[in-house]
Design a protein around this ligand. Structure first.
Ligand code: NAD
Ligand code: UDP
Length: 312
């Protein structure tokens, strides 16, 4: 049993990670400022004897004793991370400094939830970990993209300078139950719109692509990465290489939900990447991991979750 800190633990991915860590027999400290996360996501864990929930903002120092740290605190949806861009950069950069300082003091192993956004709007396809990316440093997405890139820099400098035991995971679009209905990301938007019989909002002409990973697959990769040999730091891509245009996604959601929603076209947000697909050869080789849940099965689970939430 390890004492494990999960920052951003009441968010979408964090709450699933807390479930898994408790099921594996660990003692979990969940830290969150509830900016995009919700107590509802972890309400079922509050009576668990090895679960503790703490309201805390990672831009401030944290003094706790733990052996493992998963650093997930950061809004992930463009709508939310652009709401207060300065706070987004602070969360990534000051948050990383504070959590790395904590890891150094208590000699904990620390994993960073990085992102495919470090590749920006890529000229290399699919994206391998060696690719340095094409990121606009001064655009609307920069607070997130550059914040996450700087966090990676800090992780590797703490590793080289202080021999810190680090792990860096680059997550590609992940979806599933417990996404916030107003999260603004494409999968939750399309499903909620279809369930309410509202128009499905396609940004641009819908030909841009993304690769969608189901949350259970992602959590399995997190756990394997955290327990991988010390010599393997990453960065490692985690995602599902199945690649779909937003039009294909909309049609798939509509065919699964049914109903009478129409597709409507809205302006493409600035710096919206054209295409995105992970090369997961490194994860396959080092972690023996690959995704198991296809888009249709994952969407069915997610639709069932939102249906229940909207009915309630
Ligand atoms: P989420 O918004 O549901 O979760 C983020 C959590 O961090 C929320 O609970 C939020 O309240 C908390 N948080 C934000 N700022 C904080 C702060 N200053 N102090 C403490 N807590 C704070 O998003 P998610 O999809 O669960 O993402 C989790 C992590 O994974 C994020 O770091 C995100 O960048 C990364 N990621 C997610 C995806 C994805 O597709 N879901 C893709 C790439 C990277
Ligand atoms: N998108 C869309 N309609 C929506 C929300 C998003 O067409 O209602 C598009 C968005 O422009 C992007 C893709 O879906 O091309 C994925 O967007 P998301 O915000 O989920 O994540 P991103 O990968 O851009 O960070």
């Amino acid at each position: 049993m390890n004492k494990v800190l999960v920052t951003g633990g009441s968010g979408f991915l964090g709450s699933h990670l807390c479930d898994r860590l408790l099921a594996d027999g660990h003692d979990v400290l969940c830290v969150d400022n509830f900016f995009t996360g919700s107590k509802r996501n972890v309400a079922h864990l509050l009576s668990h004897p090895y679960f503790e929930l703490m309201r805390h903002d990672v831009t401030f120092p944290l003094y706790v004793e733990v052996e493992r740290i998963f650093n997930l605190a950061c809004p992930a949806s463009p709508v939310h991370y652009q709401h207060d861009p300065v706070q987004t950069t602070k969360t990534s950069v000051h948050g990383a400094i504070n959590m790395l300082g904590l890891a150094k003091r208590v000699k904990a192993r620390i994993l960073q939830a990085s992102t495919s956004e470090v590749y920006g709007d890529p000229e290399v396809h699919p994206q391998r970990e060696e690719y340095w990316g094409r990121v606009n440093p001064i655009g609307f997405r920069s607070c997130y993209d550059e914040g996450k890139r700087c966090a990676e820099t800090l992780f590797f400098d703490y590793h080289r300078q202080h021999d810190l035991d680090i792990k860096v995971v680059r997550i590609f679009n992940t979806y599933g139950p417990r996404m916030h209905p107003n999260d603004g990301r494409v999968v939750s938007n399309f499903i909620v719109q279809a369930l309410k019989g509202e128009d499905i909002t396609i940004y641009g002409d819908g030909s841009q692509t993304r690769s969608f990973c189901y949350v259970d697959d992602l959590i399995e990769a997190f756990v394997r990465m955290m327990e991988s040999p010390r010599g393997f730091t990453g960065p490692v891509n985690i995602g599902n290489p199945g690649e779909f245009t937003m039009l294909q996604l909309a049609e798939k959601v509509l065919s699964l939900v049914g109903g009478r929603s129409k597709l409507v076209f809205r302006p493409l947000p600035a710096d919206d990447p054209r295409q995105r697909q992970p090369d997961i050869a490194l994860a396959q080789e080092k972690l023996g991991w690959q995704p198991r849940v296809g888009l249709e099965d994952g969407l069915k689970e997610t639709i069932a979750y939102f249906r229940q939430l909207l009915e309630a």
